[in-house]
Design a protein around this ligand. Structure first.
Ligand code: ZN
Length: 451
């Protein structure tokens, strides 16, 4: 089965439900850029797809960075001296500043205050804070909880550890017929946050469940990495392998009710940038923005030394919704139908990449006679006839070895699927010859240099 055939019978409800259920299961886990929460999350992914878990020791140099100590947390609280707990880690993994050093002691409220974080404008939400690369500790709480704290002495405990250990990341490779690869990367390091983390994680897992059942031209390399340090670590260990990456997407924020949004790769006009823009054409509210060196792991994939053709396809982008990086980015913010719609969009992009090719018209002197070959009025029902013929005329006219099917779809305004179907039909009748694309696909000038 091809991706197109899979899309034709896309089981929206079932896939949406499954992705949402995965987010539900993983929601309570306290993840971080290292540690058991991250491992537990990757093990859950590994129960569904063929995932290799890599462990990279603390202290490993990865370009300009060093793999940090491994952080683990068992429990944490702020309690009154009578034992009543006023902040309780077990109620939300966001209550502790991620990567807090261990703390145990009695503190006055004024001593404690510099370590307490809330959002005054959103008094019922807990913020998400981290202190990965500077030793610190703290609690995040709702502003109501903070306001309710009286001048008093408090028993404070963060039962965490920061020790030599490993950074863990997961990698799944789905082979295709050719050597070239599509990279799909998501971050797996945020604690109880749904849209910014679990939506991407469950969508990429689902891609890993679907693709092995399909016929593929490209190999698909799926990465589940802790943000920033994880993609840097993967790149440092796979410099050579990046030469095979032809296209890529960073997956995040895919379950909210906003429209689809695409951030272009640093190259700006790579095939992936054009394929996504074409997929989004006509989708209500969708938008495309230029690359900027801020956001998710595209920052690393698009750093100048790699300059991979990797963009980021999201719904509402990071920071663009009020619940971002707060406890309100919870299971109520994401919806099964939105997850399914995002997954469909990813597969539609892959379908374009899989079928894109460049042809030569074997009858370039005037139009070939389609009627004689049974191609005139040959396709589909009456209403499809016109667009199928238009697609054939466009493909014949622009197939001069210099225009790909993507070029033709862009220029004609017709859907990629009808352009692609027309090319297949014309190729089958010997009117077109494939010059670039498909199994014989080779390196092109705008691809990454083989290392
Ligand atoms: Zn985030």
């Amino acid at each position: 089965m091809t991706i197109d055939q899979f899309l034709a019978a896309f089981p929206t409800d079932e896939l949406g439900r499954e992705m949402f259920a995965m987010a539900e299961r993983l929601y309570p886990v306290c993840r971080s850029i290292t540690g058991e929460g991250l491992r537990e999350t990757l093990r859950e992914v590994g129960r569904r797809i063929d995932l290799t878990m890599h462990e990279v020791p603390t202290g490993s140099r990865v370009f300009d960075w060093t793999v940090p100590k491994e952080w683990n947390i068992r429990d944490a609280w702020i309690a009154r001296l009578d034992g009543t707990r006023v902040v309780e880690f077990r109620n939300s993994s966001l209550h502790v500043v991620n990567y807090s050093v261990p703390v145990r002691g009695v503190f006055s409220l004024s001593e404690l205050r510099p370590h307490l974080h809330s959002i005054p404008d959103r008094p019922d939400w807990i913020p998400y804070r981290t202190s990965y690369y500077a030793p610190d500790w703290g609690f995040c709480l709702t502003h109501r909880q903070l306001e309710a704290l009286r001048e008093d002495r408090y028993d404070v405990c963060i039962d965490s550890s920061l020790e030599d250990g490993n950074l863990t990341y997961g990698e799944c490779f789905v082979p295709g017929r050719g050597e070239e690869e599509v990279l799909v990367s998501c971050h797996a390091c945020h604690p109880s946050l749904c849209n910014d983390n679990l939506s991407g994680l469950s969508l990429v897992t689902m891609i890993g469940e679907i693709l092995p059942k399909l016929e593929l031209r490209y190999g698909y390399r799926l990465l589940f990495v802790p943000g920033t340090i994880g993609s840097i670590t993967w790149l440092a260990r796979n410099v050579q392998a990046t030469a095979r990456i032809r296209h890529g997407l960073v997956a995040a924020c895919l379950g909210d009710s906003g429209p689809l949004h695409y951030k272009r790769s640093r190259r700006g006009d790579a095939e992936i940038d054009r394929a996504v823009a074409l997929m989004l054409r006509g989708k209500e509210g969708s938008s495309v923005e230029s690359f900027s060196p801020y956001g998710y792991d595209e920052r690393q994939y698009c750093s100048p030394g790699f300059n991979l053709a990797v963009g980021s396809l999201t719904r509402t982008p990071h920071g663009g919704y009020p619940e971002y990086h707060t406890s309100a980015d919870n299971l109520d913010l994401i919806r099964p139908d939105r997850l399914a719609d995002s997954l469909r969009a990813y597969l539609e992009v892959f379908a374009i990449l899989e079928s894109n090719a460049t042809f030569r018209n074997n009858n370039p002197m005037c139009e070939p006679q389609l009627g004689r070959r049974g191609l005139y009025r040959a396709v589909g029902g009456l209403q499809d006839v016109k667009s199928a013929e238009m697609a054939m005329l466009w493909v014949l006219n622009l197939s001069d070895e210099r225009h790909s099917l993507l070029d033709i779809a862009e220029r004609s305004g017709l859907g990629f699927d009808s352009i692609s179907a027309a090319a297949s039909l014309l190729e089958a009748h010997g009117l077109l010859e494939r010059v670039i694309g498909g199994d014989a696909f080779n390196w092109r000038a705008d691809g990454p240099e083989p290392a």
